[in-house]
Design a protein around this ligand. Structure first.
Ligand SMILES: Nc1ncnc2c1ncn2[C@@H]1O[C@H](COP(=O)(O)OP(=O)(O)OP(=O)(O)O)[C@@H](O)[C@H]1O
Length: 702
């Protein structure tokens, strides 16, 4: 055992002792359930502290930085962990929370010189770094100690040994936190200012999703008095993905963040009028084999996501608003008339900040008050209340002359009234569907837009911060609607243009989304390094999509070499047997998550049935799936987005399933980049021509 190891072991034991004693002390204090607000706040604080200490107890820290502030001679060892722990007696930190300003040194210090600086609330602090050490601890045991910098010592240079150690580990079936190895460029995103939108273009596996989740944890720590986790929202591409990322935030001590798909979230407003199942079930149709795109239909669907369509709906709403108040006075009884202009003035001016239906409600309430006052004045002349009854009857008739909008009727009206002004003409099939109240995903944003105009947004549905994952599949219209719910414009928008696999939605350039933000309130960042896959896998995948990349940067791998990618030609008769062989081979190598990736939903069903017939327990993943259990999954390629697996086998990668065009290249690119360690492509007698370029890049033929 080295002295370094021994030293760290004894430091760890001492630290655990201190943490456990603090924990025991807090646990002895009974919970407070009374009504005293001060006591309640103290109890809340104790519960937060307990949560932190329980996280800290098992793995108190992951890094150590010995730092001497300028003017001080001796360095102080700073231990950095997932949760900060205070030494109550000495009133100084025992463990520094990874989100604290000083911890940024740990992530930014690259060791070119021994000088370093960080921004504290008091200003810039400069000093000298003596040591940067990574310490992997699992269940209170030290697993590994790696010094990445020792002042005056020989520096190891480019390769971050500890990062490679972490990346080489087998993952379980959920995304995990990366606090111990956050890279400098990722840290800069995590610590970015609150009130700005960040748009992140990142290659597959660059940590976009992970980094966005860490940013939430950072924001909550940094602005704990102003922001609440329940008012944070993550928008993910499907429900299974929500499940897949669900561990990261609790691991970071953050709970209660809302996690939605856009469809689920939108549906929670529109439930009476709209059938979500219909939308979800349709997703797979886009990826049916030989799906020949109806260009008119595609153009219309894309148009529905555009800002231009947004403007048309806005114009239609303005028109509906202009004619909302009936152009007739309200006559309570003879000579007692409320002029139409007066009613309109209330509606247009006095209540203009309210949504339309609220304005209508307030106008009616005001007319009723007016009526009461008028009647009081003439009460003596109407002892039997005849005038009053008559007036109430007239009011009911008058109220019926006001519009009684439903979401559906207004959407229909908006589209039809503006159809001639639209850049893309609504197809007849769409209008027929609309009449039958049949919607698809691209109708959700306009429907919600109309909803907010009619009913407004209640304050509890507003967001403090919004993360949009896989944002290349988002439409500008969807983002415009989300902006209404997040007036602070605090957004993290992340995605990869090379992974846009939908012909009917999404964007071709980030400008389309960035244009929605005011000048200076949106920043664009690129992440080009890929941490997920081995070099061989990334180089192979890059070649598949290179011809369609235009100005999007290709992924650069971290130097982690693995097995060559296997491209295995398979004749039709050997299909099942070959797949079984590879499943068996990979499972025997201790792979814990393996995906057999097919081109379509139907093929997934077929492959899973065949695997089961051979005694292999395979779990089929469908578009309506809400959970992901790891192990062996059979999954259509379009659903693999955002996920990762230790090993991936792509089946039937042939010319029919993956012809040479942009969409199929991207689809195959997505499939290949899901693999961490092993990638196998089974082809047929006619391999996909998309593989031609890729072959020869770290490939072995089966
Ligand atoms: N700094 C890091 N240290 C260790 N692991 C990292 C780091 N950054 C990313 N990873 C790992 O890389 C993998 C990919 O991360 P993530 O899924 O967040 O990437 P992504 O950019 O969202 O990918 P994709 O676009 O393909 O969905 C994860 O396993 C994550 O833990």
């Amino acid at each position: 055992m080295s002295t370094t190891y021994e030293e760290e072991k004894s430091n760890l034991l001492e630290m655990i002792k201190k943490i456990e004693s603090q924990l025991a002390e807090l646990e002895r204090i009974p919970r407070y359930y009374g009504k005293d607000l001060v006591e309640q706040a103290l109890d809340d604080q104790r519960q937060r502290q307990l949560k932190q200490l329980r996280i800290a107890k098992m793995e108190p820290y992951f890094g150590r930085l010995d730092f001497a502030e300028a003017g001080r001679e001796k360095p102080v060892p700073l231990y950095i962990g997932k949760a900060g722990v205070q030494d109550a007696e000495a009133n100084e930190p025992l463990v520094i929370d990874w989100r604290a300003p000083v911890a940024s040194l740990f992530y930014s210090f690259a060791g070119q010189t021994d000088r370093a600086q960080y921004l504290s609330p008091e200003g810039l602090i400069e000093g000298t770094v003596y040591l940067k050490r990574n310490i992997a601890i699992r269940k209170q045991q030290i697993q590994r100690v790696v010094d990445s910098y020792v002042r005056g010592g020989e520096q190891t240079g480019v390769v971050d040994e500890f990062l490679l150690y972490r990346l080489g580990e087998k993952k379980d079936h959920r995304l995990r936190d990366i606090v111990s190895t956050i890279q400098h460029e990722q840290d800069q995103i995590i610590r970015a200012e609150r009130n700005q939108a960040l748009v992140i273009q990142g290659v597959p596996g660059s940590g976009k999703t992970t980094v966005a989740l860490h940013r939430l944890a950072y924001l909550l720590y940094q602005y704990q008095d102003r922001l609440r986790a329940e008012r944070f929202a993550i928008f993910a591409p499907n429900r299974m993905f929500v499940d897949y990322i669900s561990e990261v935030l609790p691991e970071l001590g953050v709970g209660d963040v809302q996690q939605h798909t856009f469809a689920d979230w939108a549906n929670s407003f529109l439930d009476q009028e709209f059938s979500l199942a219909e939308v979800e079930a349709n997703v797979g149709e886009w990826f049916a084999l030989g799906q020949t795109a109806d260009n008119k239909e595609l153009a219309w669907l894309r148009y529905k996501g555009s800002l231009s369509f947004h403007r048309r709906i806005e114009a239609a709403l303005a028109e509906l608003e202009a004619f909302f108040v009936p152009d007739k006075p309200f006559t309570a009884w003879e000579n007692k008339v409320l002029p139409a202009e007066e009613i309109r003035r209330w509606f247009d001016e006095e209540y203009r900040h309210d949504p339309l239906l609220k304005r209508k409600e307030r106008v009616f309430a005001r007319i009723k008050r007016w009526l009461e006052m008028e009647w009081k004045e003439m009460r003596g002349r109407d002892p039997r209340g005849t005038f009053r009854k008559q007036a109430n009857q007239r009011l009911r008739t008058y109220m019926k002359a006001w519009p009684q909008p439903t979401l559906w009727s207004w959407y229909q009206h908006c589209v039809i009234s503006q159809a001639n002004e639209m850049e893309v003409t609504p197809p007849a099939a769409f209008l027929t569907r609309l009449k039958r109240k049949k919607f698809d995903v691209t109708d959700l944003a306009p429907l919600l837009h109309i909803y907010t105009a009619l009913w407004g947004i209640s304050s509890e549905r507003m967001f403090d911060h919004v993360v949009v994952d896989e944002a290349q599949d988002f439409s500008p219209y969807q983002l415009a609607v989300l902006q209404q719910f997040c007036p602070s414009c605090s957004f993290t928008i992340l995605g990869d243009l090379l992974q846009n696999i939908y012909a009917h939605k999404g964007i071709s350039h980030w400008r389309e989304l960035m244009d929605l933000f005011a000048e200076g309130s949106c920043r664009y960042v690129q992440l080009n390094k890929s941490y997920r896959s081995t070099m061989e896998i990334i180089q192979f995948a890059n070649e598949i999509v290179r011809g369609f990349a235009r100005d999007v940067a290709m992924a650069t791998p971290v130097y982690r070499s693995g097995e060559p990618v296997q491209v295995v030609p398979v004749s039709t008769g050997e299909r099942e047997e070959t797949l079984l062989h590879w499943v068996d081979e990979l499972m025997n190598q201790g792979i814990s998550t393996l995906a057999v990736v097919t081109r379509t939903d139907e093929e997934s069903e077929r492959v899973a049935t065949s695997l089961r017939e051979h005694g292999v327990d395979a779990h089929v993943i469908t578009s309506t799936q809400a959970e992901y259990h790891g192990g062996l999954s059979v999954i259509p390629i379009y659903l693999t987005k955002g996920m990762e697996f230790d090993a991936v086998i792509l089946t039937e990668v042939d010319a029919e399933r993956y012809p040479v065009d942009e969409l199929h290249a991207k689809l195959l690119f997505v499939g290949c980049t899901r693999a961490l360690h092993r990638l196998v492509l089974l082809t047929t007698e006619r391999p996909s021509p998309l593989l031609r370029q890729a072959q020869g890049r770290g490939v072995a033929r089966g």
